[in-house]
Design a protein around this ligand. Sequence first.
Ligand code: SAM
Length: 275
Amino acid sequence: MQIKQYVPQSIKRILQYSYDAWFDLADFVLGRGHPMVPARRHTFIGRGDFIADGRAFLETLVQFTGLTPGGQVLDIGSGQGRMALPLTGFLSAEGRYTGLEIVKSGVDWCEQAYVAHENFTFHHADVFNSYYNPGGQYQSSDYPFPFPDDEFDVIFLASVFTHMRPADIAHYLKEISRCLKPGGRCLASFFLLGEDSRAAISCGESAVVFRFPVDGHSLSATEIDPENAIAIDEGFIRSAYEKNGLKIEGEVHRGTWATNLPALSLQDMVIACAR
Ligand SMILES: C[S@@+](CC[C@H](N)C(=O)[O-])C[C@H]1O[C@@H](n2cnc3c(N)ncnc32)[C@H](O)[C@@H]1O
């Protein structure tokens, strides 16, 4: 549902909540609910088809990272388990999934929903984000991941760096590099600012318009709450990967957000290998 721009944020939230509550009621009455899919009115990870989007992401993850059923995988910004759900049918008993999330209610939800899956664990990181966790105790830029060195075969971030500032991303890349096994892979999505996307933004052709400068290397879509959606300079990202021993594999996979050309997903995807 499109709610007009001029409606205040608080009213939008109430309208959205009521709209979602009706759908939840319909799902309940028609027996359409799924025990591992959060009710629409409690969803904070964005709109879309929870199950289909998770499945499509798993396909991309396996194709580009070579994740195997016995692999050790870390999902940073695991939200409400959208990407964890299809992994329950993919990972074997030797495989292990770890989620790291800053919204406590998301971690609590997943802990309950995945209680029968012993090889799935969810960690809460009380890290500040102006949009998702405004009361967070720690800054992303100095938060050490609670995992040992060389722990994971694959680390992924689906629509997470699109909510983080440049210095925070640089620190996370350092931690990702530390926690990946040598030869392990990281798949992360971004809104990357390169020549083509900057041109699309200035012509008004991009699906998301980023225009408010944030910390020098990035632009936000909103002035009041920058971490709601952030696009970051591609050159900054390439050098941060390089500096942290993460080798970008092949070309960056452009998303549809800027150019609307056929692509894997809305956001740009970067796949890198730990050296
Ligand atoms: C758009 S949601 C995507 C959630 C999940 N990856 C998915 O695709 O379903 C963005 C997620 O990133 C998380 N997030 C934001 N900043 C973070 C940070 N510094 N560290 C870890 N997670 C973060 C948010 O709490 C939220 O769950």
